[in-house]
Design a protein around this ligand. Structure first.
Ligand code: SF4
Length: 244
């Protein structure tokens, strides 16, 4: 992972302050979920909104208080339970594969043994699991293990490129460009508030630069300052609401 320059680090801190002024300090779960619970929640969250993936997670947890039971459950049955999250076939297969892999390769149905690993080893271990990419693994580091790591989804990637902090061609490249020495104590608020910014203001098309709190520090050449139509959303974030 690349190290941020002092200039980049200072800019990240300024962005964080501006976003907190605009969106507030985001809610964070007092008791973080286990790494395995977080992985399953993150699989459910792909390509859907947080409310639907939350409902799917609650239903799945109710059906399987012990994840081991998934081993004996037909994939179709899991697909049915998580239907509300969409992509049921792929997500049920991914969850079943993950649980089978852990069952075959580790002594217990848990990933708690990774808790003491350093960030690099954690990412290597988690991305070696079937179907787990850098984004999902980094969500475990931030949300379950409270590391100073900022996951990068499409919103974080787009906004950081427009702001001129990085010049990268994919979310994974952005992740590697900023996480070598991410500033301490701000990864959760920055990650969450950049997603809010990306959903509500810095939209893929026609960004509402006219109401953006980062307008003065933004390097995007195609700003739309005439657009002041901010999309309002309730700010509910699945990964801060995963419970065991
Ligand atoms: S000024 Fe416009 S392009 Fe820049 S971050 Fe804000 S909304 Fe996005």
């Amino acid at each position: 992972m690349e190290k941020l320059t002092k200039q980049q680090s200072d800019k990240i801190k300024r962005i964080n302050v501006k976003l907190i002024e605009r969106f507030d300090i985001p809610y964070r779960a007092e008791i973080p979920p286990s790494p395995l619970d977080m992985l399953i929640a993150t699989i459910l969250s792909q390509n859907t909104n947080d409310k639907n993936s939350y409902q799917a997670y609650i239903k799945l947890r109710e059906a399987f208080p012990d994840w081991r039971k998934i081993l004996d459950t037909p994939r179709e049955e899991i697909e049915d339970i998580i239907r509300i999250a969409g992509l049921g076939k792929q997500k049920s297969a991914a969850i079943k594969n993950l649980i089978s892999f852990i069952n075959e390769n580790y002594d217990e149905m848990s990933l708690d043994f990774v808790k003491d690993f350093d960030d690099r080893r954690l990412l290597d271990t988690l991305t070696a699991l079937p179907g787990i990419g850098l984004k999902t693994a980094s969500c475990v580091l931030l949300f379950a293990l409270e590391r100073d790591v900022c996951p990068v989804d499409t919103h974080v990637h787009r906004t950081l490129n427009r702001l001129g902090l990085v010049k990268t061609s994919s979310p994974d490249k952005t992740f590697l460009a900023i996480n070598g020495n991410f500033p301490q104590g701000i990864a959760h608020s920055l990650h969450t508030n950049l997603i809010r910014l990306g959903r509500a203001i810095c939209k893929p098309q026609n960004p509402a630069c006219g109401v953006c709190p980062l307008l003065r520090m933004c390097k995007y050449e195609n700003k739309v300052t005439s657009n002041k139509s901010e999309y309002s959303e309730n700010g509910f974030m699945l990964l801060d609401n995963v419970r065991q």
